[in-house]
Design a binder for this molecule. Sequence first.
Ligand SMILES: O=C(O)CCC(=O)C(=O)O
Length: 275
Amino acid sequence: MGSIVPRLAQPYDVAAMDAAFREEGAVVLSGAYSGEECDTYVTQVQKYLAENPEEAEYAAKSLLAQFQGDTSVTLHQLIGAIPSATDMVLHRDIVSAARRLLKPLSDTILLIIAEYMGRKPGAPRQELHRDTFSWRHAPYGENPIALSVMCAMSDFTAENGATWVVPGAHSGSPIDPPPDWSEAAQVEMAKGDALLFRQDLFHAGGANTTESDERHILSFGFQVGWLRPVENSLLSVPPETIAELPPELQELLGYSHELVLGLYKGGDPRNALKA
Ligand SMILES: O=C(O)CCC(=O)C(=O)O
């Protein structure tokens, strides 16, 4: 067993947070969200999925869901769909942490994803991975290009599959082989805690070995602002126009995905053009 992930209580000590990113690659912010915020979020997600069965279908077919297994429920693009998600992704301490962490490489940051995951009983342990795998051609090193945030919307316990991380296993290539599991530590968290980690840190969702304890997650993250085209074609060319264009031009205008980057409702963005 290697080192453990530092935990900070409110008010969060910024210097300690930044030191944790440098040394362990991760930090837990205890009590980042109130119990009421977590419950509201989960209730809104469940209501949304019940009222929009087609979204549940998208979620089930999501490319990420395939990675997460069919014992996971995922919902992408929470912004605009889940009212409480707006304030939650704008958590001041978390956004400020992302801005500081990414500042050496970028003046601006972008939201990478805002996603719900429900990891049900029977969910298997994931492979240790770095979230930078989609950016496997980008330079890597001392300063990361992205931050991941995994928030406990219900208690994360060893039994229900609390996230594993390998403290200190960051800064390397996205395609490095994973370290040995003996170096990994499971990050148990109380409802409302948030695990922040550099996207180049090895981590994995744990196995949910319980009978009935679904693990509810709010997952989001921030990336450097320059990993995008000069022209924002998704805004400037209406989808009806795009639908009439040659498939290759659709791809070049952003109706394409690189592994799990550029997804629409978890799948191929061309799905947005289907009637
Ligand atoms: O389930 C978790 O706690 C982590 C999930 C994760 O790392 C992923 O789905 O990529």
